[in-house]
Ligand binder design. Structure first.
Ligand SMILES: Nc1ncnc2c1ncn2[C@@H]1O[C@H](COP(=O)(O)OP(=O)(O)OP(=O)(O)O)[C@@H](O)[C@H]1O
Ligand SMILES: [Mg+2]
Length: 304
């Protein structure tokens, strides 16, 4: 079973082995979170590789990935545990036909047998290797749930009124992500290490394309990344993330494009931009102008 990395370099290597290209700060944050058993809070723009971190950590460490996808109205029943009411009712019927004593029936009803473990509780149960608990898009939940989570993450335990307190068999590796559609409470952030996941710089985005879109030529990748990096400087409604760069490079390559040209860009903008206002703005002269700029930058600074 792979063990926890012993250094920042080893952490970067573990991520790289899973095709994740991390910068030094992110590798440091991951290393420290693992070493000191603290949750890692990742905030950043959409499509910058936050969720992916939890996935690659789990596969790199040979650990189970337990995912809690957050949404408005998420409650303890879906996040931590739930009683299996249907099964309990059936048990009552059966016990009644067998003429069992009332207090015996009641005592049996709230036992492990009828408890359904949801992601938070599952992460506390025994595992061969500490699991990776991904609490994804926490900003989508509401504050009462955040308060509940605070309790779970402070002591790594869940209290079930009918059953008692269940403590973690081992501390899970916790990754929390947020797109910052609202601020997460300081009390929760204080329990975590924090890292802002930014868009990668040109060099790192090229490396990402190399591993995630290996069939795309270096020449086309360089133009794609140059173009996308320029788009991120504009005041768009929604800037393209890394996921969009990968998709665009792959799509262009599928279309057998060897080189970016204004027409191909116009025809494929929907892979890169997801709002009609942004697409409309870019179509035509603005895209052509950016492309001219990118090509002249490449000519001035050829890579390698
Ligand atoms: N540093 C990276 N190395 C390798 N792949 C990356 C990297 N960053 C992003 N990706 C790729 O980009 C895609 C999007 O990543 P991911 O879903 O983790 O983004 P996210 O930040 O969670 O986005 P959202 O906020 O929209 O959920 C994935 O396919 C992932 O493989
Ligand atoms: Mg995500």
């Amino acid at each position: 079973m792979p063990s926890s990395p012993v250094s920042i370099d080893a952490t970067a290597a573990l991520l790289a082995a899973q095709d994740y290209v991390a910068d030094r700060q992110l590798a440091t944050a991951v290393f420290l979170a693992l070493k000191l058993n603290r949750p890692l809070f990742l905030e950043g723009e959409p499509g910058t590789g936050k969720t992916e971190i939890a996935k690659v950590l789990a596969s790199g460490l040979g650990a189970e990935l337990i995912r809690l996808q957050c949404y408005e109205g998420l409650d303890v029943n879906s996040a931590a545990y739930e009683w299996n009411y249907a099964q309990q009712l059936l048990e009552i019927r059966l016990a009644e036909t067998a003429h069992e004593a009332r207090d015996r029936i009641a005592a049996n009803l709230f036992s492990d047998r009828f408890l359904v473990a949801r992601p938070l509780l599952r992460a506390l149960q025994p595992h061969a290797t500490a699991p990776v608990l991904l609490i994804d898009e926490l900003d989508r939940t509401d504050e009462p749930f955040e308060a509940y989570l605070l309790e779970v993450l402070s002591d790594f335990q869940v209290t079930i009124p009918e059953l008692g307190t269940i403590k973690a068999a081992q501390t899970p590796i916790v990754i929390i992500t947020s797109n910052r559609t609202r601020e997460i409470h300081d009390a929760l952030k204080r329990r975590c290490f924090y890292h802002w996941v930014d868009y990668p710089d040109l060099q790192r985005e090229l490396e990402i394309l190399k591993v995630k879109a290996p069939g795309v030529s270096e020449r086309l990748s360089r133009q794609v990344v140059g173009f996308v990096q320029e788009l991120r400087k504009l005041d768009l409604f929604k800037s393209p993330g890394v996921a969009e760069s990968i998709d665009w490079a792959t799509a262009l390559s599928e279309l057998n494009a060897l080189d970016l040209d204004p027409k191909t860009i116009n025809d494929t903008l929907g892979v890169l931009l997801k709002y009609q206002d942004d697409i409309q703005r870019l179509q035509g002269s603005e895209a052509a102008e950016i492309l001219r700029q990118v090509k002249s930058d490449i000519a001035a600074q050829p890579l390698g």
